[in-house]
Design a protein around this ligand. Structure first.
Ligand code: PAF
Length: 290
């Protein structure tokens, strides 16, 4: 089976209409391309759960708050098509920017409160751009399920809340982060790192693991946990931490004392590259009850 690459919304709708006649479920894997093993896991999960898998590849201009970042974002469509073809993706939707935005976009989705902290604080308008394009893609494809990586935990929380508050008929599926053997989380942005930057990059995940260890040992004070995790990163002058926060996994609001599951979230710059990672942590049962 060859993977069909579709560039227009009208053609995709036509192709999907005939899919719907014979197949029950459509799974959507939205991506910005530069596909890696993390995306492969999204695709594999979708293939297990849906009859027809659509992967969208679109570097969405309205979620970038800096032109430089949009210009620098890696793009390699022919590689991505090959990547999807060998994995048996049914349809690739790779629209040009003026297909998705033929006119300036005037309608946007704002998911309040969840979008304000963390990445939202440092990338103004980012989650509005993400929520808007994801809603457009859901409306174009009308999948029964859509797949997103846990690595972008705040994005996932924003999308879940959009789906809930706007009654969108789709199931959002969270797929665990894929990591290199040294713990470094896969991201399309990783290819922007030089050898020296890549060498120190596992420190990001080490800091999160330190926080996780303290939480599972029963430490409750967020400040204490955060400063211990930050100490790992402070050993590297090349790493500039944007935020390291302990938040409620659903509301994304910072917590001061840990009393249930939390997510430790971080964003840091290594050289000119901004990276994010996070880990879900639970307190030991005894500590939570005491
Ligand atoms: O996670 C991404 O790659 C993007 O934010 C998404 C969900 C495809 C929207 O552009």
């Amino acid at each position: 089976v060859t993977t069909q690459v579709i560039r227009s919304i009208a053609e995709l709708r036509k192709a999907l209409a005939s899919v719907r006649e014979t197949m029950r479920t459509i799974g959507l894997v939205p991506t910005m391309g530069a596909l890696h093993a993390g995306h492969a896991k999204l695709i594999e999960t979708a293939q297990r759960e849906a009859d027809c898998v659509v992967t969208s590849i679109f570097v969405n201009p309205i979620q970038f708050n800096r032109n430089e970042d949009y210009d620098r974002y890696p793009r390699d469509l022919s590689n991505d098509v090959e990547f999807c073809t060998v994995r048996g993706v049914d349809l690739i939707f790779a629209p040009p920017a003026d297909e998705m935005y033929p006119e300036p976009q005037r309608a946007f989705v704002d998911v309040e409160a969840l979008s304000d902290h963390l990445c939202g604080e440092f990338r103004p308008g980012h989650f509005r751009g993400v929520a808007t394009v994801v809603l457009k893609l859901l409306n174009i494809v009308q999948p029964s399920r859509a797949y997103f990586g846990e690595k972008d935990a705040q994005q996932l929380a924003v999308i879940r809340r959009m789906v809930k508050d706007l009654n969108i008929p789709v199931a959002i599926v969270e797929v665990p982060t894929v990591r290199e053997t040294d713990g470094f989380a896969l991201s399309s942005r990783n290819q922007q790192l030089n050898a020296e930057e890549r060498r120190i990059a596992p420190a990001l995940n080490q800091a999160l693991r330190r926080a996780e260890k303290l939480i599972s040992a029963g430490v409750r004070g967020a400040e204490e946990i955060k400063s211990s995790a930050l100490a790992i990163l402070q050993r590297y002058p090349e790493i500039r931490v944007e935020y390291l926060e302990i938040v409620d996994p659903e509301s994304m609001q910072p917590v001061e004392a840990i009393a249930g599951p939390v997510r430790v979230m971080m964003a840091a710059w290594i050289g000119k590259t901004r990276l994010i990672d996070n880990v879900l942590c639970r307190q030991p049962v005894q500590a939570a009850n005491s």
